[in-house]
Design a protein around this ligand. Structure first.
Ligand SMILES: [Zn+2]
Length: 664
């Protein structure tokens, strides 16, 4: 038999070829690399795609767009010349190799995108060869895994293909229609053409960022006071914090300070408790990205890129997974592999001595893959710094799952001085357990002085500091990704690029992913005229329907038709409001806010400045109350103007007021 095995990318193709036949020979056709080999008397041809070769487009020049077709990316997209030539080369090469093949195997990554990439090569490029095709299912590029997968070929996963087609088609319909509707509305009021994109998932995420931005810009800080005491016992000095925490009244805080400073305090009790910390579950993509960001400062897309490189080198398992479960294979094989790698030798050997190995696992599941784990393969050749860091982290995490819980001892000493309570707290490591393996998350020890109940301690000094309430933290790429994951919109493969698009369109900017004025305008317009579009529940409900296609509970045609009907209704609504949408996008309101020029209410302010004015009024009263009624209103405003935590919209109001006063 002559069998053609199709991979997603050339790297994976080379691995699969050599795994199935160590004597596989690299050849080239039309400039495209491919491999030939033999297995059990069959002739094998190993070729690869170059990621997605096809994409969606439409001939309809206006909206609504209800029809579309799949075409070669080289004909539809504006691609860099080199990429276009490479794709053409692979398309020609694959077609030239297709002769007298008895069986085709889709050996692309086992996820929706991989299923689609392989299917498009077979169905479109090789014209209907999906009829003679099977699917190869593997979660790592380890030779034994690949050989096993090839022995157990499965029928072509048409349900996955249907689900992937549906996801692309639904996203295409949403994206192109809403983007066109917004752009046309903008032109209808005489503005210049500019691309205003919107998307099914993108608009939901934009809405989160905009909501957060509103809270930051309208934030009015309030003061509170922290008390920290320096105490001395037997020549050792330590710090203690006032209980129960910050004081919301300046007079009160000063009273505590005066009554404690230079006085004796007594230890009223010492609290000790042991805290057991269970080993963490193995990594899924989200937790790997989170820890790599936290401990190495690596951006999530870089982590994915590195993890994919490690996967292609068969060092770690498939990284685009949501699973927190170990594979069913014997973990001893993995640990034995790791014991052959010098930095992990001792660690792995200690685990192998155990009579039983049971990993900690999390709740995360994935249809196709287990968690990300180290395969136990030793790296060959040189690794970049990032590659080693991620590799070591996955190896250590894999081992830590089999280790004992760690135990921390937390100590708190409570002291009394006059009527006031103080606390000094510390932590020490009672037993390392899994922290020995996963040392990144080992807490830093903080000792406490050995003080018994009844001991007298001298309070040499009490420090009083003022602190302002903070606005909510802006997003990070990580908090955005984890929120998308949490509410289950988008896929592990697409989430990061959705966020990137928001930045490319100028809707968000900076490392804090802060919404820009344009972002606010677009989000507000969508919210005002097609709110359904940013509805999280609707977006998630659609995700669930897309997933149901995989289970055969619904079909692509049903889901896509439902989306068409929903869009028809939404777009009709948008058409009716075209001019108003255009005015809103162009920033041409019927009445302009005197501070920012956006749509104003009869008060002369936009809703955001109105809300900020209300916040400000309440905050000024609270400031005065917290100062025992002794702070002049003008003084509060002056201070709020200078505080960095004060939101931009609040500052607009404060500066307007001070200018008006200056002119008077
Ligand atoms: Zn305004």
């Amino acid at each position: 038999m002559k069998i053609m095995v199709i991979s997603e990318k050339p790297d994976a193709c080379a691995r699969i070829a050599v795994a199935l036949d160590p004597g596989a020979v690299r050849r080239s056709i039309q400039g495209m690399p491919y491999w030939t080999g033999k297995i059990d008397g069959n002739t094998l041809i190993f070729a690869s795609s170059l990621g997605h070769l096809y994409t969606l487009s439409t001939r309809v020049p206006v909206y609504p767009v209800r029809t579309y077709s799949w075409g070669p990316r080289t004909e539809v997209e504006r691609l860099p010349r080199q990429l276009r030539e490479s794709i053409n080369m692979f398309m020609r090469g694959l077609a030239a190799l297709d002769s007298e093949i008895d069986l085709y195997v889709n050996a692309c990554d086992y996820d929706l995108e991989g299923s689609l990439i392989g299917y498009m090569v077979l169905h479109r490029l090789l014209q209907g060869k999906d009829q003679k095709a099977k699917r190869m299912f593997f979660s790592s590029l380890m030779p034994q895994d690949l050989r096993q997968a090839f022995q157990r070929l499965q029928p072509l996963d048409s349900a996955n293909v249907e689900a992937a087609l549906a996801r692309h088609e639904v996203d295409f319909l949403y994206g192109i229609n809403i983007s066109r509707a917004l752009t046309v509305a903008l032109i209808s009021v005489g503005e210049e053409f500019r691309v205003l994109s919107a998307g099914r998932v993108q608009s939901v995420v934009l809405n989160w960022v905009v909501e957060r931005e509103r809270n930051i810009r309208s934030h009015t800080p309030l003061p509170k006071w922290l008390l920290k005491a320096k105490m001395n016992a037997d020549g050792a000095s330590f710090e203690a914090n006032h209980l129960p925490g910050a004081v919301l009244d300046l007079e009160n805080a000063k009273k505590v300070q005066a009554e404690s400073s230079g006085k004796w305090a007594e230890v009223v009790r010492t609290e000790r408790r042991l805290e057991t910390v269970a080993p963490p579950p193995p990594f899924r993509l989200g937790t790997l990205q989170a820890d790599a960001y936290r401990f190495f400062g690596l951006a999530p897309d870089r982590v994915l890129e590195v993890a994919e490189r490690l996967y292609l080198d068969a060092l770690v398992s498939y990284p685009r997974t949501s699973s927190e479960k170990f594979p069913r294979e014997d973990p001893r094989v993995i640990l034995e592999g790791l014991s052959g790698i010098l930095p992990f030798k001792k660690l792995a050997e200690d685990l192998l001595r155990r009579p039983e190995l049971r990993p900690s696992e999390g709740r995360g599941v994935d249809r196709a893959h287990p968690a990300i784990y180290a395969t136990g393969t030793a790296p060959k050749g040189r690794m970049s710094g990032d590659e080693w860091r991620i590799y070591e982290m996955v190896c250590r995490r894999t081992m830590s799952c089999f280790a004992d819980p760690g135990t921390l001892e937390r100590t708190a000493i409570i002291l009394r001085c006059a009527d006031h309570l103080w606390e000094t707290a510390g932590v020490s490591i009672a037993s390392q357990g899994f922290y020995r393996y996963y040392e990144y998350s080992l807490p830093r020890e903080k000792p406490v002085p050995p003080l018994q109940q009844g001991v007298q301690v001298f309070v040499s000094q009490v420090e009083l500091t003022e602190e302002m309430s903070k606005p909510p933290a802006s997003f990070t790429i990580l908090s955005l990704l984890s929120r998308m994951e949490h509410v289950n919109i988008g896929t592990p493969a697409t989430r990061a690029s959705t966020i990137k698009t928001l930045a490319q369109r100028g809707y968000v900017e900076g490392p804090g992913y802060r919404a820009t004025d344009l972002g606010l305008t677009v989000a507000d317009t969508i919210l005002a005229f097609c709110a359904e579009f940013t509805n999280e529940q609707m977006t998630r409900a659609l995700e669930e329907k897309l997933e149901a296609i995989v289970d055969g509970k619904t079909s692509r045609s049903v889901v896509v038709e439902e989306v068409r009907r929903r869009l028809d209704r939404l777009l009709l609504e948008m058409k009716k409001n075209e001019r108003r949408i255009g005015m809103s996008l162009a920033g041409k309101p019927s009445a302009a806010c005197r501070l920012c020029g956006r749509q104003a209410t009869p008060t002369g302010l936009c809703r955001d400045h109105e809300q900020s004015e209300e916040n400000l009024k309440k905050a000024v009263e609270e400031w005065i109350r917290r100062h025992g009624g002794h702070l002049p209103r003008e003084e509060v405003k002056k201070r709020l103007r200078d505080i960095p935590e004060t939101g931009g919209w609040v500052k607009d109001l404060l500066f307007e007021k001070s200018q008006a006063d200056g002119q008077r």
